[in-house]
Design a protein around this ligand. Structure first.
Ligand SMILES: Cc1cc2nc3c(=O)[nH]c(=O)nc-3n(C[C@H](O)[C@H](O)[C@H](O)COP(=O)(O)O)c2cc1C
Length: 378
């Protein structure tokens, strides 16, 4: 029996398998609103058999967008189109989830294909996209050539925390059943957590407890507006991969504090706190972030999601079967093949007759398979 295809229940929500679609920003929104692009992008993953489909990083404030193309939930007008998408995902048998975030000092950026850089005069000329003033825990830029953010005041901090709560309320209205907070990859919540980006000496910085206060308050604010029977996840960068940054032992402490504030699962990613070069300590290979999931799960006693270069069904099966994670999240492999979960089910012997496919496709594919067997075709 496959472990990858065992259902999992978190609070009152059951996922039919352990495969999550990792959030993938499309930079195709208009004024934060979703459209048909997002419907097709996310809908195909639900049709492809994933258990949990995450909508991309969605800004809780307009200035918290990374680019002009980011999704947002900072106002009620952004709910309706997302609601259509969440409903479709659920109708196709997957659980609709959404990632909420604020880009902090990484806001006011170009779309990746316009060049990984902050907005500048060129973007005003090319697309009338004005840069805006960014905010962060400390007035330190993300990398050389990036603008200096304004250090957040106490009022800024309280407002952004409240915005996470209000966005959660809108996510609930839109029909999502899972929220993940984007506390990784150098975005605002991670900026507060990491000593690389947080040099504050007030209660929002200083030692480890001060640096995690913002994340914990975000979790509490969301929990006030998010039903008790719906799961709340945090995506953390389990290590900054740089000396003086977050290490796995810090992350275990953060995970414990978040769990106490009502967080149900930690999605274990890494990196992204600053600089445009990949840190020397970061060595990428298949499943290279899985060990962080193992450490968080055993160290903090919190369920985990593993992510990053997970491409192979047998490897994902092993990660779940050996208890290294409770779920796996895939991004690029699913872009390449949105039906990856259905093919994985066949490879692992869970689906022997296309019975897990939507019948609109599965009925034909099974007939073709039978014919091919009869004709001796491979
Ligand atoms: C197109 C694209 C957009 C992404 N956008 C987000 C995002 O909005 N939020 C996030 O946490 N990670 C984002 N990521 C990172 C992925 O969720 C994932 O963690 C990463 O790609 C590693 O997994 P993979 O090897 O399966 O692709 C993005 C990745 C891709 C390829």
């Amino acid at each position: 029996m496959s472990a990858l295809f065992q259902p999992l229940t978190l609070r009152g929500v059951t996922f039919k398998n352990r495969i999550a679609v990792s959030p993938m920003s499309q930079y195709r929104a208009d004024k934060g609103c979703a459209n048909n692009w997002h419907m097709v992008h996310l809908g195909r993953f639900a049709m492809g058999g994933a258990g949990l489909v995450f909508a991309e990083a969605t800004a809780v404030e307009e200035d918290g967008r990374r680019t002009y193309g980011d999704l947002g939930l900072w106002e009620d007008g952004q709910i309706a189109e997302l609601a259509r998408i969440a409903k479709f995902i659920e109708t196709e048998g997957a659980v609709p989830g959404i990632q909420l975030g604020h880009a902090g000092r990484k806001a006011s950026e170009r779309r990746p294909w316009h060049g990984d850089a902050p907005l500048s005069d060129e973007d005003i000329k090319a697309r009338d996209e004005q840069p805006w003033q960014t905010i962060a825990p400390s007035a330190m830029s993300y990398a050389v050539g990036w603008p200096t953010p304004a250090e957040m005041t106490d009022a800024d901090i309280k407002r952004v925390i409240a915005s996470f709560g209000l966005a959660a309320k809108r996510a609930h209205k839109a029909g999502f059943k899972v929220i993940e907070v984007y506390a990784a990859h150098g975005f605002l919540v991670h900026q507060f957590l990491s000593p690389i980006a947080n040099k504050r000496t007030d209660r929002w910085g200083g030692g480890a407890e001060g640096r995690m206060r913002f994340a914990v308050e975000v979790a509490k604010a969301i929990r006030q507006h998010w039903p008790d029977d719906f799961p709340l996840l945090f995506r953390l960068s389990a290590t900054d991969w740089v000396d003086g940054g977050l290490e796995i032992d810090d992350t275990i402490e953060i995970a414990r504090a978040l769990a106490a504030a009502g967080v149900d699962m930690i999605d274990c990613s890494t990196g992204g706190i600053g600089g445009t070069e990949r840190p020397q300590r970061m060595k990428i290979e298949d499943g290279f972030q899985v060990p962080f999931s193992v450490s968080v799960k055993s160290g903090a006693g919190v369920p985990t999601m593993a992510v990053g270069f997970l491409r192979d069904a047998a490897m994902c099966e092993q990660v779940i079967a050996s208890g290294k994670a409770d779920m796996v999240a895939l991004a690029r492999e699913l872009l390449a093949n949105p039906n990856w979960p259905l093919h994985a089910a066949a490879k692992l012997g869970v689906d022997t007759d296309h019975g897990m496919w939507p019948p609109e496709a599965g009925w034909w594919l099974e007939k073709r398979a039978q014919l091919m067997r009869k004709l001796g075709l491979k």
